[in-house]
Structure formats: structure tokens, C-alpha cells
Design a protein around this ligand. Structure first.
Ligand code: ADP
Ligand code: MG
Length: 390
């Protein structure tokens, strides 16, 4: 009898082989965690607001074995990522550099949380594009967090592991991100998005029903990363903090559309537009969830478009490539399209009827070529399950 191997099985076999070749013995296990697409709710997370990401069918897998000392050895198949070795007893967060800060940071934060982490050997492989706004960073953190939690016998809750991943990224990598990416990667379920309230950390799955509605979500990775992305992110956070302070609330989450006239009177013009994006974006997340529950995914196109306009004009985090991707997709039959992720580059998403997917893809490729822009990577994603042991 022959058994059919899926692509995932083949990747697992390849990774096990690579681990065994490198370390000279087999791994204790393989753990996988997905990247994510954010369907709605951009820059709302650090304003204690609402987000609606979904885990995607692209993931990062780590092969890991525990050691009986405190040595850590890290290898990745990604690009020119160099192999790293250190000792948990002498590790300090400020020593961490490059890609190893993610797995090392997770080990460090687990220990800070009281989990006794053994030394370990780890080999990473991934099909989440790096730096495309699909959160390859959270995929890596969550795969490592689940692996080390299980190997140390701690078996933390998924929400606790998501938080470990976020703290690793904030405190050891040094990126001041919110909790959305790690929650999506840990709590995603097949066919559903994760409706997450970033104030209390409570989440519920919301059925997306793309496949049965004859729809796909196309990701258009523009492959551009504008130089001001980090500075732009910090500046937006500062604007939001200033807006909340001047409006007399703890977080912009506490405002809604009825506060807009007062915000316009109180704030300078730019801060007002930043605040208006957050207020309306929170309402679009809630509106998207309502529409998905009552009318299904065909109904959410206009909200995707409105979100893109808000990010382009009010929050000013889009860029010509993202605008071109979203506009071209829409002009060629997409129900709706928006940039996704932190902005200033990365990816756009387009909700497209399965029948129109090839046409939209061709039109975007043609549009980019006509302007002499780098060829984008365009592929369909489906909502997938969150982190798991293989
Ligand atoms: P994004 O999360 O949008 O993909 P980030 O800049 O947040 O982009 O995270 C990308 C970084 O995460 C990479 O530069 C690298 O340091 C690390 N990383 C992600 N995936 C891998 C991998 N498979 N192997 C090694 N490092 C990785
Ligand atoms: Mg990231």
C-alpha cells in the first residue's frame, strides 16, 4: 500500500533530515506555527482596540531537541542566517543580535516567567516570506514557545505562550509591537479569523467561509520596505498617545465616532487624522465581524476599501506600491482590497472571487511592470490552524 505524502509531510521529512545532519542525532519533535494576515484593524492593537487577523496556511517549523546542559544551538535554513551558540546561564538580552534574538528571546522570557528551560538544539525552516507583513517573526516565536514549553514540561496556556512571544519581541528583539501577531499564530483555527480585543486579551473565532463562498484572499507582497518604516511606526504610536492624552482618555479605544467633532476641535490637524483612523478602524473591525456573521464574506468588500483609504489618507502608512496593488485589484474585480500589516511597504490583501483570481493577479503584475517596479509575489492564503506539534 502506498500513502500519499502532503507537502507538509515532505517539509517535515526534509527538516528532520537537516536537523539530523547538522546535530548528528534526531530531534525530539517538530513544532509548527503559522504566519498571519490581518483582515481588519491596523495599528489598533497598541491603542487597546480591536483586530481581526487570521492564521494562514504558511508556517514556520522548528525541529528541537532538549539537552542535559544549558547550551543553546540555533540554526536556520533562512537566507544567510548564521548559526548561533550560547549558554542560558550567561545569556543577557542585550547580547542577542540578528535572527537569534527571536528564539533566544523566547527562551529568556519563558525563564523570566518561571519556566525552567533546558539547553536545546533548534533548526528552523519556514515558508512565511520574511518582512512581508505576514509576521514571520511571530511564527518563529510561537513555534519556539510551544516547543520549549512542551520540552520543559510547563505546558503553558496558548494565550500565555502568545504573551511570551510578544515579550521576546519587545524586550529582547527590541521591536515595540502589540499582541495581535502572536495571538493569531497561537489561536487561529481553520476557516476562521481571530476577533481579538487587545484591551482584555479576549478572543473569539469568527467564521470566514471563504472557500464555500467561492472566494480567495490574495496576498500581494510588494517586496518593498521603505526606509522610514521603523521611524514611521514609532511616530504613529507617539501621535496616538498624544491624541489620547489630549482627549483625556487612557487609550484611543475609549473614543468612538461621536467623539470626532470634539477631537477635531481639540487636536491639531494631523493628530486628528491619526485619531480618526483609529476610531473608524475599530468600528470597521466590529462592522466586519457583524457582516461576516450576518451576511458572509461577500459583504465586507466596502469595509476593506474604506480601511485602505483611511490608512492612505488619515494614518498615512501606505505607499505608492501598496496603493497600486489595492487599486489595481479593485479595478479588476476584487470585492475589496487593503494594505495589511504595519505599513510603508509589505503586503496588500484582496478579497477576490475564485474565478477572478488569475485576472487580478495578471493585472497587478502588468501594472507593476509598466511602472518599472519590482515584481510582486502574489499568492492565495486560507485561514489555518494555529501553532501545533507535528
Ligand atoms: P515580518 O514579521 O513581517 O516577517 P519582521 O521584521 O517582524 O518581519 O521579522 C522578520 C525577522 O524575523 C527576520 O529578519 C529574522 O530575523 C526573523 N525570522 C523570521 N523567520 C525566520 C527564519 N525562518 N529563520 C531565521 N530568522 C527568521
Ligand atoms: Mg514581525
Amino acid at each position: 500500500m502506498t500513502t500519499t505524502k502532503t507537502e507538509a509531510d515532505r517539509q517535515a521529512i526534509t527538516l528532520t533530515g537537516a536537523f539530523t545532519n547538522y546535530f548528528g542525532h534526531e530531534p525530539d519533535g517538530l513544532w509548527r506555527a503559522p504566519g498571519r494576515v490581518n483582515l481588519m484593524g491596523e495599528h489598533t492593537d497598541y491603542n487597546e482596540g480591536l483586530v481581526l487577523p487570521f492564521a494562514i496556511d504558511r508556517s514556520t517549523t522548528v525541529a528541537v531537541s532538549a539537552r542535559d546542559d544549558r547550551t543553546v544551538r540555533l540554526v536556520s535554513s533562512f537566507g544567510d542566517a548564521e548559526a548561533v551558540e550560547f549558554n542560558l546561564d550567561t545569556f543577557a538580552p542585550e547580547d542577542a543580535h540578528g535572527w537569534s534574538a527571536y528564539p533566544a528571546g523566547v527562551a529568556w522570557e519563558l525563564e523570566q516567567a518561571g519556566v525552567p528551560v533546558p539547553g536545546f538544539e533548534l533548526y528552523v525552516s519556514s515558508d512565511v516570506p520574511v518582512g512581508a507583513g505576514l509576521s514571520s517573526s511571530a511564527a518563529l516565536e510561537c513555534a519556539v514557545a510551544l516547543a520549549l514549553s512542551e520540552l520543559s514540561g510547563a505546558r503553558l496556556e496558548r494565550t500565555q505562550l502568545a504573551d511570551i512571544g510578544r515579550r521576546a519581541e519587545n524586550n529582547v528583539v527590541g521591536a515595540p509591537t502589540g499582541i495581535m501577531d502572536q495571538y493569531a499564530s497561537m489561536l487561529g483555527t481553520r476557516n476562521s479569523a481571530v476577533y481579538l480585543d487587545c484591551r482584555d486579551g479576549k478572543s473569539v473565532p469568527v467564521s470566514l467561509g471563504l472557500e464555500e463562498s467561492g472566494l480567495v484572499c490574495l496576498v500581494i507582497d510588494t517586496k518593498v520596505s521603505h526606509a522610514h518604516a521603523n521611524g514611521g511606526y514609532a511616530a504613529r504610536r507617539a501621535s496616538c498617545a498624544r491624541g489620547a492624552h489630549q482627549m483625556g482618555v487612557g487609550a484611543l479605544r475609549d473614543l468612538d465616532s461621536t467623539d470626532l467633532p470634539r477631537a477635531e476641535r481639540t487636536l491639531d490637524e494631523e493628530t486628528f487624522r491619526r485619531v480618526r483612523h483609529i476610531i473608524t478602524e475599530n468600528e470597521r473591525v466590529a462592522g466586519t465581524v457583524d457582516l461576516l456573521r450576518t451576511h458572509g464574506p461577500h459583504a465586507i468588500g466596502d469595509l476593506l476599501d474604506a480601511s485602505h483609504r483611511s490608512m492612505r489618507d488619515d494614518f498615512e502608512i501606505s505607499c505608492p506600491e501598496l496603493n497600486l496593488a489595492a487599486d489595481t485589484a479593485r479595478a479588476n474585480g476584487a470585492l475589496g482590497a487593503r494594505m495589511t500589516g504595519g505599513g510603508f511597504g509589505g503586503s496588500a490583501i484582496a478579497l477576490v472571487s475564485t474565478d477572478d483570481a488569475a485576472r487580478v493577479k495578471d493585472a497587478v503584475l502588468t501594472g507593476f511592470a509598466a511602472r518599472g517596479l519590482q515584481t510582486p509575489d502574489i499568492f492565495a492564503v486560507l485561514p489555518a490552524d494555529g501553532a501545533q506539534k507535528l
